[in-house]
Design a protein around this ligand. Sequence first.
Ligand SMILES: Nc1ncnc2c1ncn2[C@@H]1O[C@H](COP(=O)(O)OP(=O)(O)O)[C@@H](O)[C@H]1O
Ligand SMILES: [Mg+2]
Length: 298
Amino acid sequence: MNSLYQSSIKSLPLLGHGKVRDNYAVGDDKILIVTSDRLSAFDVVMNEPIPGKGKVLNQMTDFWFEKLGHIVPNHLTGVAPESVVAADEVDQVKGRAVVAKRLKPIMVEAVVRGYIIGSGWKDYQATGSICGIQLPEGLQQAEKLPQPIFTPAAKADLGEHDENISFADMESRIGAELAAKMRDVAIKLYTEASEYAASRGIIIADTKFEFGLDDNGVMHLMDEVLTADSSRFWPADSYAVGISPPSFDKQFVRDYLETLTDWGKTAPAPALPADVIEKTQAKYFEAIERLTGEKLKV
Ligand SMILES: Nc1ncnc2c1ncn2[C@@H]1O[C@H](COP(=O)(O)OP(=O)(O)O)[C@@H](O)[C@H]1O
Ligand SMILES: [Mg+2]
């Protein structure tokens, strides 16, 4: 598996490097999004690639766009990434890129939680609620919620952490109508996806969607969708209430980083040992195979 830490497409204008994706302009209404093999943990980008991770994320997202396309329009254009780059750049985009509509990002992330874990569990222990949503008493860590809840987060600037906000705050930032639409669509997407995943032995504990608006103000699903980076995937067979279940993602990396008492979770990242990289890579591949029933293409 060849790996790509950072793309360098010279034939298109670079729009910017995100933590994981590199964006290039294709004309003035489209973008080429290349998903690299970079891994970020605690919002810090590690120095080593996880070979093939970008392909896994890209192909998982494509899988969900196809499956969930009837719920909301998405940013795909159908233009082949290979067709917008130079011949000697094709290797950089193969299996890991899309040509998307260039949308105006809505600066609130749509987080949906079906289970109580992570920052939600912390909030609940402190206040009995998550993002201002009151929850029943006596919930245990990793317990399934009576119904999925929508807990928006303000999209942070580069290098900052996203910040949980209340729904009222979301309404004041983007307007009540758009906020309600985002919430309803996000809950629908999560519900349908989690039912499908359950049939494949995977629990989607929570996830984050990003939406953008086109020139006519139509809301589109964009970015990555229901990947192991944007979601917590738990193997159903090792799920238990009361513990933080193992997950199909960067948990190995996070666990390793937690052992480093002298690293303050800010850049620069410490070096990752080879076995942590290998185990993480195996988890990403296992996730896509379990979910889609197929091996990675390309
Ligand atoms: N169709 C789109 N139009 C405009 N911006 C997009 C689109 N799809 C994704 N993006 C943006 O591209 C960036 C993807 O890079 P990524 O590495 O995920 O960034 P981040 O570090 O912000 O998570 C994000 O800022 C995302 O909001
Ligand atoms: Mg992102």
